[in-house]
Design a protein around this ligand. Structure first.
Ligand code: ADP
Ligand code: MG
Length: 387
């Protein structure tokens, strides 16, 4: 058993090294189908490559240099299904069950498909279900399949960050929506993802539990929206899944998965908005740019990571960086009138991605990966001999 644990640990170290080489940050781009009736060919999407490349064009300004190329880990075309998107997200989600912290973000302007990716179409069929539901179902499935070796406990929290204030979305106290209670973020070593300890924490055991809770969260969000007119596009919603696994020897593994539907990234023209709207816009700008700064710092392996600059990055602090993994979905609306926002979304996504690491580095990474794979194989053989 000692040998087994050693190999497991070494395997894990190798895995960590491998992840380090590949980078812990992924960026997927997803293009929404055009909802413009009349002239569907007037799109800003020039081409989508299987290799994660994307070419954007401004059809109103056709000059030689009017095309721009971007590179991501993957680009989902408008016909990509929810299932296809989830299949590509699944390995990351599964790693939560092995003790890794994971953050998944939906970024993009309002109407580009963030909520569609994360939640799915409300009132839609099962095929419409988004990443949130599929992720939890997958975690339950893994938990069942490992039942004989690990005892898992899955709990969820859901909060909203609006104007740099944190609010519980799963509180069952009805008066809280009338008199909102703002919660504190408390980061201390060892609290592993439980950074808003006062937000309600619900044990979930089945997808029915999850659906009920998400509906509650959605309702709480809507109640507040009607009072302060629709603000769902101007707040971040963070669904956190806390996983605790206890193995036969009593060892406890803790990790968490944050599923974040970000506020709309559109730039608001300062000359057109005033008062509350201007304040909202400034808070959104600030927190999204902070998030960008944090992820870019992590992607570049900077020694200083500016977590403290926004509530969102504070809340996610111990799940971003280290061996934690992050995935950002950059959502794009293909219509011409979204051209400027599309470019701004893609630039943001490009900045936080680690895709552009250059051919020389890539070759070294591939070589190292090959070597690591061989080591893993020989460890596996050693393990088999021991058993
Ligand atoms: P956001 O949350 O970014 O504001 P939504 O997810 O609400 O955007 O999407 C806006 C509209 O477009 C919704 O009616 C949604 O159902 C639809 N939509 C978004 N993405 C897709 C997609 N990939 N396939 C079909 N419909 C989509
Ligand atoms: Mg939305």
């Amino acid at each position: 058993a000692v040998g087994y644990h050693r190999v497991l640990k070494e395997n894990r170290n190798l895995y960590n090294e491998l992840q380090d080489l590949k980078g812990n940050i992924r960026v997927f781009c997803r293009i929404r189908p055009s909802i413009r009736v009349g002239n569907p060919t007037q799109s800003t999407i020039d081409s989508i490559g299987d290799d994660g490349s994307l070419i954007i064009v401004n059809p109103l300004k056709l000059q030689k240099d009017s095309k721009r190329t971007f590179q991501f880990n993957k680009v989902f075309s408008p016909i990509a299904t929810q299932e296809e998107v989830f299949m590509n997200t699944q390995p990351l989600i599964r790693s939560v069950m092995d003790g890794y912290n994971v953050c998944i973000f939906a970024y993009g302007q309002t109407g580009s498909g963030k909520t569609h990716t994360m939640c799915g179409r409300s009132g839609g069929s099962d095929t419409d279900l988004g990443v949130n539901y599929r992720a939890l179902n997958d975690l339950f499935e893994i938990s069942r399949s490992r039942r004989d070796v690990v005892n898992y406990k899955v709990r969820v929290q859901m909060v909203e960050i609006y104007n740099e204030q944190v609010r519980d979305l799963l509180g069952t106290d009805a008066s809280a929506t009338k008199y909102p209670v703002y919660l504190e973020i408390r980061i201390c070593p060892g609290n592993n993802g439980l950074s808003v300890p006062d937000a309600s924490l619900h044990l979930v055991q089945s997808s029915v539990d999850v659906i009920n809770l998400m509906n509650l969260g959605q309702r709480n969000r809507v109640i507040c929206s009607t009072a302060l007119n629709d603000r769902s596009s101007r707040s971040h919603s963070v669904l956190t899944v806390h996983v605790q696994g206890k193995d036969m020897s009593g060892c406890i593994l803790r990790s968490c998965l944050h599923l974040v539907d970000l506020a709309g990234s559109e730039r608001v023209d300062k000359s057109e908005v005033m008062g509350d709207r201007l304040k909202e816009a400034q808070y959104i700008n600030k927190s999204l740019s902070c998030l960008g700064d944090v992820i870019a710092a992590l992607a570049q392996k900077n020694s200083h990571v500016p977590y403290r600059n926004s509530k969102l990055t504070q809340l996610l602090q111990d799940s971003l960086g280290g061996h934690a993994k992050a995935l950002m979905f950059a959502h794009v609306s293909p219509e011409i009138d979204s051209y400027a926002e599309t470019i701004s979304t893609l630039k943001f996504a490009e900045r936080v991605s680690t895709v552009e690491i250059g051919a020389a580095r890539l070759n070294k990474v591939n070589g190292d990966v090959h070597e690591l794979r061989e080591q893993v194989e020989s460890l596996k053989k050693a393990l088999a001999r021991k058993e």
